[in-house]
Design a protein around this ligand. Sequence first.
Ligand code: COA
Length: 246
Amino acid sequence: MEVRVVTEGPVMQIRIDRPDKKNAITVAMYAAMADALEQAAADDAIRVVTIAGSRDIFTAGNDLKDFQQARPKGPDMPVFRFLRAISGCPKVIIAGVSGAAVGIGTTMLLHCDLVLAAPEASFLMPFVDLGLVPEAASSLLLPRLMGRQAAARHLILGEPFDAATALHYGLVTEIVEADRLDERMRAMADRIAAKPPEAVRLTKQLLTSPESTVAERIALEGSLFEERLRSAETAQALAAFFARGK
Ligand code: COA
């Protein structure tokens, strides 16, 4: 299987594994990743999903042979199922990028909560050079993240950028040596999985919810905060604080 999915306790690990084709993603691979993310969304026991590729390449993007095939269009296509599943996933998603992340390899990161990258990682969105347009809402999210003029540099000029630049843009959370990438992703996933589940879920929901005014957001957070103050999770965390050193 060219997408390997392993679930260990609260962590689902998805690995893109088609090294002979530089991890290019086929229709079947989108379907497998969509299935995994849908399963993670539905399973209360899964708290965190990690997505990784190989050491020398994250993914060369959409399989270009698949682009040549005339396929049925529409929202049920596996690529759209994958994009809906990753962008709407209620669980925390951590990506680990080593090597090149091309096309959807970069744009999928816009839907991950935390992104680790090896110092040698590179990011490239060559849509225009292929006669295509951006996807995965990158034409909306990239300008929001890095500003319109920087987004044009990467979406119109198609210039690649490196891990340090991705960190500067905020697309990458942390740079980690390639050798330690898996270990660091797992440690981060375990840390998150040990946190109060509902507080994590609601915080991700707030971080990914649509634009609103500051006043609206303060009100929304306020009502959730009130509810949380009465939750068992908060009672337990406060009790643990006061029991320190006793
Ligand atoms: N779709 C299908 N096959 C791909 C592919 C893709 N996106 N990217 C690489 N491959 C295949 C190559 O055709 C080649 O297959 P072959 O051994 O049967 O000839 C194999 O993977 C190795 O690729 P190669 O180009 O020789 O590796 P490289 O290390 O020199 O370069 C890349 C790696 C990623 C820079 C280069 O393969 C590339 O630019 N790929 C296309 C990326 C792209 O445009 N993606 C679409 C974005 S929308």
